[in-house]
Design a binder for this molecule. Structure first.
Ligand SMILES: [Zn+2]
Length: 278
């Protein structure tokens, strides 16, 4: 009997936690239903508990925008081949999103230094290890919440290469560009795009000096090719706080920031998190 009362009390507490979850503003990122974009749709759920939503077998980012109003936010991979993505509540389809094609720019570059194109054998083990660490890192889903998902451009500079660009190096196709490049002089401040917690810092073969910040519920940002890292692992950072400086470490041809936004392990266009007039 005592146990039943305890279970009842716990269930009530969990339900109330959802009811009193502070409201969030999730107008940004705007609904962008194309590969490399984001699903952001409204959903009304007249229960005090959090809805049991799934998309492609994953739990999406849920934003509480009203007492019973939610926004379902889900990344669309650049490799997405389906023309429709289903949203399910308790395993029943409640919405179907039509994915529209998007043509990303093609970039063809020639690099004379072949070591820059194909890594030397002695670096292969390092590259494999680093890729394992990064794969684990992007799987992070923490319980941190944000009052808004609107990000700030992390450095002052010129966008030199957009997200999703289809790249060819010396005529060979490479993976599409996973982030947004911002060209700026070495030493320019790099700031956190959103409040969060530093979850990884390191010096990697491709990314150079890099920082990964966790923003909660599977949303992460990363900052590559830094000259200096000015934060430590586990440190909490506020939006706009200086975290490092622009550099040209790792595999680059000149100083710039490679800024990446990852949601539930999928790279999406970081600029979708900025104001549309930015
Ligand atoms: Zn880049």
């Amino acid at each position: 009997m005592k146990n039943k009362a305890l279970i009842f009390l716990l269930t009530l507490l969990i339900s109330c936690a959802s009811l009193f979850q502070p409201l969030q503003n999730c107008e940004i990122p705007a609904h962008s239903p194309f590969p490399g974009g984001i699903i952001n749709v409204d959903f009304t759920y007249e229960e005090i508990t959090k809805p049991n939503i799934s998309v492609q077998g994953k739990v999406p980012f849920l934003c509480k925008v009203g007492s019973y109003q939610w926004k379902i936010i889900y990344p669309i991979s650049l490799e997405e081949k389906n023309s429709k993505i289903q949203i399910k509540l308790d395993n029943k389809v409640i919405q179907e999103i039509t994915i529209v094609p998007k043509n990303y720019r093609v970039s063809k570059i020639e690099i004379a230094n072949l070591e820059m194109v194909t890594p030397p054998k002695k670096s292969l083990e390092r590259i494999v290890n680093e890729s394992k660490i990064l794969k684990e890192t992007v799987k992070t889903v923490s319980q941190m919440t944000q009052s808004s998902l609107k990000m700030e451009l992390p450095t002052l500079g010129i966008i030199s290469s957009e997200f999703g660009v289809k790249r060819f190096i010396n005529g060979k196709p490479r993976s599409p560009h996973s982030g947004t490049d911002i060209a700026a002089p070495t030493g320019t401040d790099v700031r956190a795009a959103l409040n969060g917690k530093v979850m990884l810092i390191g010096n990697f073969y491709y990314a150079g000096n890099v920082i990964y910040i966790d923003h909660g519920q599977g949303l992460l940002t990363s900052y590559s090719h830094l000259e200096k890292i000015k934060v430590t692992k586990g440190q909490k950072v506020l939006q706009n706080q200086i975290i490092g400086s622009v550099g040209k470490t790792g595999r680059v041809t000149g100083p710039h920031l490679h800024w990446q936004t990852i949601l539930l392990g999928t790279n999406i266009d970081p600029t979708l998190f900025l104001n549309s007039d930015t």
